[in-house]
Design a binder for this molecule. Structure first.
Ligand code: PBG
Length: 325
């Protein structure tokens, strides 16, 4: 009987050895916390499809932002839910719109210690729930929506956002927003492009969180889950148009895309662990089917291992508090 000479287990014997040789690790600086804020409520409202997450009041949002900052989280992404929705989504660029007020509140709370990121889209603000302005055929009108996105970007910039993130998947959105921001004197504001955003069932809980009435499909603008090469095309276009960071979304089911993009581009790569990924683990844990904390951390380290520099996750503050108590 011959014994193995090469013994990988030598490096796994103690926790210190394992930590010393770990190829990747989670750190609060790599995490972005998305937060919801709802116009016209007095108390935070739990989001049933996202156990542990709430629609914040402006007041409770400030506290959540302070807690994220305190935990070392480096980014906060703000999603506003207006009291009233319109066909053209005009609340999205109203200077007194909920997202603009919330961005200003959070910046007042955390200053430059955390990167405050605005989401550029109309879906929370349209009564039909589409991401843009509808054309005569009932589909989203690409170029009419670009104009609206540019207005949203400038409104968020004026409110004090440190970064804007267009998520509508309209062709040319990054170029349009870049030009609009530059013309308004915001040349220094970075754009985080939702570059490869798939048409995913895993956005379901988010849509309940923002009270979306959406009943149609986003398959004419979001990507087909069957495609990888197409993601490279979307990423290339966004970088050519001026994206400063590129995002892949969802994250956990698209790790091959994250890896491929990370190996291809020279801008920071971001992955968004979406509401359905969050809900799936929370639900399984709630039923005692899975070890909650271990599953959360494994899901996150997998995204980092695939090559994402930054991970957007609803667990950002919680995990950061655990990592660096
Ligand atoms: C658009 C936007 C969505 C998400 C982030 N930005 C919704 C959508 O595209 O339908 C989804 C995030 C998630 O599911 O956690 N405002």
């Amino acid at each position: 009987m011959s014994f193995p000479a090469d013994r990988p287990r030598r490096l796994r014997r103690t926790a210190a050895l394992r930590a010393l040789v770990a190829e990747n690790r989670l750190h609060p600086s790599d995490l972005v916390q998305p937060l919801f804020v709802r116009e016209g409520i007095e108390e935070p409202r739990p989001i049933p499809a996202m156990p542990g997450q709430v629609q914040h009041t402006r007041e409770s949002l400030r506290k959540a932002a302070a807690a994220a900052a305190q935990a070392g989280v480096r980014g906060i992404m703000i999603f506003g839910i207006p009291e009233t929705k319109h066909a053209d989504g005009r609340g999205a660029w109203d200077e007194h719109g909920i997202a603009q007020l919330a961005i200003a509140d959070v910046v007042a709370e955390v200053g430059d210690a955390v990167v405050v990121i605005g989401d550029i889209n109309l879906d929370e603000y349209t009564d039909h729930g589409h991401v843009g302005i509808l054309g005569g055929d009932g589909d989203v009108d690409n170029d009419a929506s670009l104009l609206a996105y540019t207005r949203v970007a400038v409104a968020q910039a004026e409110a004090g956002a440190h970064m804007v993130a267009p998520s509508g998947m309209m062709d040319g959105q990054v170029a349009a927003i870049r030009a609009g921001l530059d013309a308004a004197g915001h040349e220094r504001l970075p754009i985080l492009a939702y570059a490869a955003k798939y048409d995913s069932a895993f956005y379901g809980p988010f849509r309940t969180a923002v009270e979306s009435s959406f009943a149609g499909a986003r398959s004419t603008h979001q990507q087909d889950p069957a495609n990888l090469r197409e993601a490279l095309r979307e990423v290339r276009l966004d970088i050519e148009e001026g994206a400063d960071l590129v995002m892949i979304k969802p994250a956990g089911l698209y790790l091959d895309v994250v890896r491929k993009v990370a190996d291809t581009v020279d801008v920071p790569v971001v992955a968004y662990q979406v509401s359905g990924e969050y809900a799936a683990i929370e639900a399984a844990a709630l039923h005692g089917m899975i070890h909650r904390e271990r599953a959360i951390e494994e899901s996150l380290i997998a995204i980092r291992r695939a090559g994402a520099r930054i991970v957007i996750t609803y667990w950002a503050t919680e995990v950061s508090q655990r990592l660096c108590p």
